[in-house]
Design a protein. Structure first.
Length: 234
């Protein structure tokens, strides 16, 4: 009997629905959906790189209201899958990446090469869904677009999950005989926190600009109305 954990058929969409419609903690949602807690937090803060349409796990039978109620009543409670989703298989081949994300691959590859040189080209290719030729070109800086490639965490780019990246790095480190002294996790957390702060700052700046534009428009409308009243009085 398989001991592999079972996750919802559409984990990100399910997590989005649970964030919007329940009082479950980020930890509970992340564990049930098989996601990293920062991914769930980004959804809650509206900072996720991709917007997901919520998927109701009650309707799909993966959860029921009683199970959700147990979780809401006890933050330490671990949600239990009520009905395992029907597995969907596909033929073997390179990892599929949505068209909208493919332009981000070089940035993700560059980030792994810089932060985890112990990871092999084959492992990077499987994680990101790319070729060894592309990886080699980025490594020796002969890539045709190298001047525009900026190393970025592949998790925040949506190219892989945090669990996949952590597992890959752990395997590569073990094979290379590298001991985990906690520095990698600290660096990863620092990078992630910095990115979240950057996204939050961009969101606040956009909101501020929109507010100022609305105020200017309101002032212009008020001035136009005053001028119109002056014309009418005359």
């Amino acid at each position: 009997m398989s001991t592999q954990p079972t996750y919802p058929l559409m984990p990100h969409a399910t997590a989005s629905w649970l964030v919007d419609n329940t009082a479950l903690t980020f930890e509970q949602i992340a564990e049930f959906c098989g996601l990293h807690i920062l991914e769930v937090q980004a959804m809650a803060d509206d900072l996720a790189g991709q917007k997901y349409t919520g998927r109701d796990p009650i309707h799909s039978g993966e959860l029921n209201q009683a199970e959700i109620d147990k979780g809401q009543a006890n933050p330490e409670y671990k949600l239990k899958m009520q009905r395992a989703p029907i597995s969907v298989s596909r033929t073997k081949g390179p990892r599929y990446t949505p068209v909208s994300k493919r332009q981000d691959k070089p940035d993700g590859i560059a980030w792994i090469l810089r932060n985890h040189p112990e990871v092999s080209d084959a492992q990077i290719g499987k994680l990101i869904g790319t070729t060894r030729t592309t990886i080699a070109a980025i490594r020796d800086r002969s890539h045709w677009n190298i001047s525009n490639i900026n190393p970025k965490d592949p998790v925040t780019l949506g190219l892989c999950s945090q669990r996949e990246l952590d597992s890959l790095v752990a395997k590569a480190a073990k094979k290379a005989g590298i001991e985990d002294n906690g520095e990698a996790a600290l660096r990863l957390g620092t990078d992630r926190d910095a990115l979240i702060e950057e996204l939050r700052a961009e969101r606040d700046a956009t909101a501020k600009a929109a507010s100022e534009a609305a105020q200017e428009a309101e002032a212009a409308a008020w001035l136009a109305a005053r001028r119109a009243e002056g014309i009418s009085d005359s």
